[in-house]
Design a protein around this ligand. Structure first.
Ligand SMILES: [Zn+2]
Ligand SMILES: [Zn+2]
Length: 347
């Protein structure tokens, strides 16, 4: 089968790989029907993910059809259409029992797929702990509607929960890329008074406004971000801030636009260390929550997708066949042609 492989040193390549087989009794083999490229794949390519192992098949955001299951798999069966969770997790360790599946202590636990075990930018993928990591897609939900269930939509959903948004809060989201847009979408579930989106890309901001995700859009360098957020939030600053950009100064913007005692959720993945200027923020009493998604809500997200409360169709701006995925990488990595997300098909 064909697969996109991380070669190390900034290189990826399409290679011929053997078909995956069941290794553990909790595994399933999934025939991938739709896959995509995530900015985390680009971080791996850049060498910014220390745990990523050269030689691994990339891809951690995909849907497919179960073709085979290990003897201990109960929830899914061959023929089921499934969305795949970015995280594989045992469900039994200290962290899993508390929903912190990103820190599952199993050797295959946490974000392993497409990072240190072979992922889903391939025709087939082996999914460890299949009962935990696969979510059955209802018949009336399409592959495209389910594509982001296990990764960027899970991230937005998890981040929105961390934000502790109260009704009528003013929420600021820095970054209107795929994760930021998913965060706005999920923040809406908590009925904030307004969502302020901040990005340097006006096309993305306009999309956020057109889709009803952002009420106010702000562009650094053009708008006075701190002043505008304060003004929009009764002179106080944002009640909840999400940092989903991971840019040079976006972390600084995040804490500055937060009101005292706000929750600042840092969901971005940075390629460089960031400065936490504690003397400058002393007395502001901020609560920082950081990290990578705990993909513990895939079923809830699928239910919300099935009833139309979460709709990510607009994120798919580009489509191609698997044979064209390396060109898609170039377009996605370099943000050409106003790309948000790709849907990559296997025909
Ligand atoms: Zn991802
Ligand atoms: Zn675990």
């Amino acid at each position: 089968m064909k697969a996109v492989v991380y070669k190390g040193n900034g290189q990826i390549a399409m290679e011929e790989r053997p078909m995956p087989v069941i290794v553990d009794e909790t595994d399933a083999i999934v025939e991938v029907t739709l896959t995509t490229i995530c900015s985390s794949d680009i971080h791996i390519k850049h060498g910014a993910v220390p745990r990523a192992a050269p030689g691994t098949v990339l891809g951690h955001e995909f849907v497919g059809r179960v073709v085979e299951t290990g003897s201990a798999v109960k929830k899914v069966k061959p023929g089921d259409r499934v969305a795949v969770n970015v995280e594989t997790f045992c469900g039994e360790c200290f962290f899993c029992k508390r929903g912190f599946v990103n820190n599952c202590t199993d050797e295959n636990g946490g974000w392993a797929l497409g990072c240190r075990i072979d992922g889903g930018q391939a025709e087939y993928a082996r999914i460890p702990f299949a009962d935990n990591g696969l979510t059955v897609i209802p018949d009336h939900v399409t592959d495209e509607q389910a594509l982001f269930n296990g990764d960027i939509l899970s991230t937005g959903y998890w981040a929105a929960k961390l934000g502790e948004i109260k009704p009528a809060d003013t929420v600021a989201v820095i970054g209107a890329g795929p994760t930021g847009l998913c965060t706005m979408l999920c923040a809406r579930l908590y009925t904030p008074a307004k969502i302020i989106a901040v990005d340097i890309d006006e096309y993305r901001l306009n999309l956020a406004r057109e889709k009803g995700l952002a009420d106010i859009i702000l562009v650094p360098g053009k708008d006075d971000i701190e002043g505008a957020v304060r003004e929009a939030a009764s002179g106080r600053g944002a009640d909840v801030v999400f940092e989903a950009a991971g840019g040079e100064d976006t972390f600084q913007t995040a804490w500055k636009i937060a009101r005292p005692n706000a929750v600042v959720v840092v969901e971005a993945m940075y390629e460089r260390p960031q400065v936490l200027p504690l003397p400058d923020m002393y007395g502001k009493n901020l609560v920082f929550k950081t990290g990578g998604v705990d993909g513990s809500y895939c079923q809830e997200i699928m239910d919300l997708t099935a009833c139309g409360k979460l709709d990510t169709d607009f994120l798919i701006t580009h489509r191609c066949g698997f044979g064209e995925i390396l060109e898609a990488y170039d377009i996605f990595e370099n943000k050409k042609d106003h790309v948000i997300k790709y849907a990559v098909t296997f025909l």
